[in-house]
Design a protein around this ligand. Structure first.
Ligand code: URP
Ligand code: ZN
Ligand code: ZN
Length: 468
C-alpha cells in the first residue's frame, strides 16, 4: 500500500517546500500539495521537517584493529545508525595483508550479508599495493566500489609510501576511482611515539603529542600536491585542524580536484579529554587525534562555507572495559602505552543530531546546508545521487520525519551502539528523527525498532565523476 506523508516541510540541499510526499513501493512517486489520500497509509507530519536519510561515508564495522575488532557489527551498527537518522553508509573493506582486493571484498560481503539493516556501500582500503594488486585495482569498479583509501600513517601496518600513493592515483584517475587518504605523516608519528615511550610518557594524552597538527597538514599538502600532479580526484578523510584545512583550500584554489570531510568528534571533543583522570582519556583516542577548542569554530566555518564538503563519523567503536562479561578486548589493550590503544570512537547514531544541534541551532549553517553535508554531497561524491541523498520523484524513499523541537539527551544508557560509553555523554540536543523510512519502509518509530536484520541492500556505486 502506498504511504502518504502529509503536511510536512521538505528540506533538500536546494529547497524548503511545504508539500506532501507519496511513496509507492521503495521510491518517492509524487511530491505535491493536497495529494489524494485514497488507498494510502496517511502519516501526518504537521510541524515536522522531511529530510533525506543521512549518509555516513566513513565507518568501520567489525574492523580488525590492534589485536581486536571494532565492537559494532553490521546489524548493531546499522540499527544504531537508523535510530539517529542515517539510512545509508559506506564502510571500509580492508585488503588482507598479502591478500587480494577480492578477498577483502568477499570478507566484507560476508560480514554484511544477512545482518545489514540499512543500505551500505564499500570503499576499499589498500594495505599492500604490490604489482598484482595494482593490476587488480580497476576491477573493483565492476564490483560497485568506486573509491579507495590509502593510509599515509600507521607505519608498518597500513602505511603506503609516496611512490605507491602516486601510482595508485594515476590508476584511479584512469578508471573512475576516487582516492581517499588518511593524511598524517606516519614516519614522524613513529619517531615521536618511540621518543615519548622511551621517556615513560605512556598515558592516553601523549597520543595527541605523537600526532601533531603539522604532521596532518604536511601529509594533506603532500596528498593534495600528488593529486594535482596526477590529475586524480582526492577526498581527504577525517580532517581535524586549521593547518590541514589550509592545505586543502590551497589545492582547491589551484583548481585541483580535492575535497575533504571532517568528523563529528572533532567539533566536540578536545585534547583536554585525552587527559581525563586515570585511563579515561583512552575513550577519545582516534587518529588523527582530537585537537584544540580553537579548531572547532574553524571546522564549523569550513563546513558552512564549502571548504569541506561532508561530515561523517569515522565510527569505529571499541569497548572501554573490554575483555569482560563476554566482550571482546577494547581500549584496555593500551593500558601500558597509548600506542596500543585501539584507535577510534563510536558516533554513527549521533551524527545527525549533533550536527543539527551545533550547526543549525548553533547558527553556523542553514537546514539546507545541513542536508547537503550529511546526505546530498556524500551521495554525489560517492556515486549514489540521485537515488540517495535527496527527496525527489524516483529517489529511494529514505526519509526522516525530523522533529526540530525534540529534545534528546545522548547517553550510553540509551544509545544503540554496541559499546559501553558515548563520546557525547549527557549532551542534550534539540532536533532528532521521529520516524525513519528506508526505501519506503518505516524502520524506526520513536524509540521502536521496526527494521529487519538482513533487509539492508548493498549499494553498487557509479564511477567517480560519471555524468548522469
Ligand atoms: O582512529 C581511527 N580513525 N580509527 C579508524 C581507522 C582510521 O584511520 O580511519
Ligand atoms: Zn583513517
Ligand atoms: Zn576511518
Amino acid at each position: 500500500m502506498p504511504t502518504l506523508i502529509k503536511n510536512g516541510t521538505i528540506v533538500t540541499a536546494s529547497d524548503t517546500i511545504r508539500a506532501d510526499v507519496l511513496i509507492e513501493g521503495e521510491q518517492v512517486a509524487l511530491i505535491g500539495r493536497g495529494l489524494p489520500e485514497a488507498g494510502a497509509t496517511v502519516i501526518d507530519a504537521s510541524g515536522k521537517l522531511l529530510l533525506p536519510g543521512g549518509i555516513d561515508v566513513h565507518t568501520h564495522l567489525e574492523l580488525p584493529f590492534g589485536g581486536t575488532l571494532s565492537s559494532d557489527d553490521f546489524f548493531t551498527g546499522q540499527r544504531a545508525a537508523a535510530f539517529g537518522g542515517t539510512t545509508s553508509h559506506i564502510d571500509f573493506v580492508i585488503q588482507p595483508i598479502g591478500g587480494s582486493l577480492k578477498a577483502g571484498i568477499d570478507d566484507w560481503h560476508s560480514k554484511a550479508t544477512g545482518k545489514a539493516a540499512i543500505d551500505y556501500g564499500f570503499h576499499i582500503a589498500i594495505t599492500d599495493l604490490r604489482d598484482e594488486v595494482m593490476a587488480e585495482l580497476p576491477s573493483v569498479v565492476d564490483e560497485g566500489i568506486t573509491s579507495l583509501k590509502l593510509f599515509m600513517a600507521y607505519k608498518g601496518v597500513f602505511q603506503v609510501d609516496d611512490t605507491t600513493l602516486f601510482r595508485a592515483m594515476q590508476v584511479a584517475e584512469k578508471h573512475g576511482l576516487l582516492v581517499m587518504v588518511h593524511a598524517e605523516n606516519g614516519d614522524v608519528i613513529a619517531e615521536l611515539t618511540t621518543k615519548l615511550l622511551a621517556q615513560g610518557k605512556t598515558e592516553p594524552k601523549y597520543h595527541a603529542v605523537a600526532h601533531p597538527a603539522m604532521a596532518e597538514a604536511e601529509a594533506t599538502g603532500r596528498a593534495v600536491a600528488l593529486a594535482g600532479i596526477s590529475g586524480a580526484s582526492l577526498y581527504v578523510v577525517h580532517m581535524t585542524c586549521e593547518e590541514s584545512l589550509e592545505q586543502l583550500a590551497l589545492g582547491r584554489a589551484k583548481g585541483f580536484r580535492v575535497m575533504g570531510e571532517s568528523c563529528t568528534q572533532y567539533l566536540y571533543v578536545f585534547e583536554s579529554d585525552l587527559a581525563r583522570p586515570g585511563f579515561e582519556g583512552a575513550k577519545f583516542v582516534c587518529s588523527p587525534p582530537v585537537r584544540q577548542p580553537k579548531d572547532a569554530p574553524i571546522l564549523w566555518k569550513a563546513l558552512a562555507d564549502g571548504t569541506l564538503q561532508a561530515i561523517s563519523t569515522d565510527h569505529c567503536p571499541f569497548w572501554y572495559a573490554g575483555g569482560v562479561d563476554g566482550r571482546i578486548p577494547g581500549k584496555e589493550l593500551g593500558m601500558a602505552g597509548f600506542h596500543k590503544i585501539p584507535n577510534g570512537m563510536p558516533g554513527i547514531e549521533d551524527r545527525m543530531g549533533v550536527m543539527w544541534h551545533g550547526g543549525v541551532n548553533g547558527g553556523h549553517y542553514s537546514p539546507n546546508r545541513f542536508v547537503e553535508i550529511t546526505a546530498t554531497n556524500p551521495a554525489k561524491i560517492f556515486g549514489l545521487y540521485p537515488r540517495k541523498g535527496t527527496i525527489a520523484p524516483g529517489s529511494d524513499a529514505d526519509i526522516l520525519i525530523w522533529d526540530p523541537a525534540q529534545i534528546h539527551t545522548i547517553s550510553a544508557d540509551t544509545h544503540h551502539m554496541n559499546t559501553d560509553y558515548n563520546v557525547y555523554e549527557g549532551m542534550t540536543v534539540r532536533g532528532w528523527p521521529q520516524k525513519v523510512f528506508l526505501r519506503g519502509r518505516l524502520i524506526v518509530d520513536g524509540d521502536t525498532w521496526l527494521g529487519e536484520r538482513g533487509s539492508g541492500q548493498f549499494l553498487r556505486r557509479r564511477p567517480f565523476g560519471e555524468v548522469l
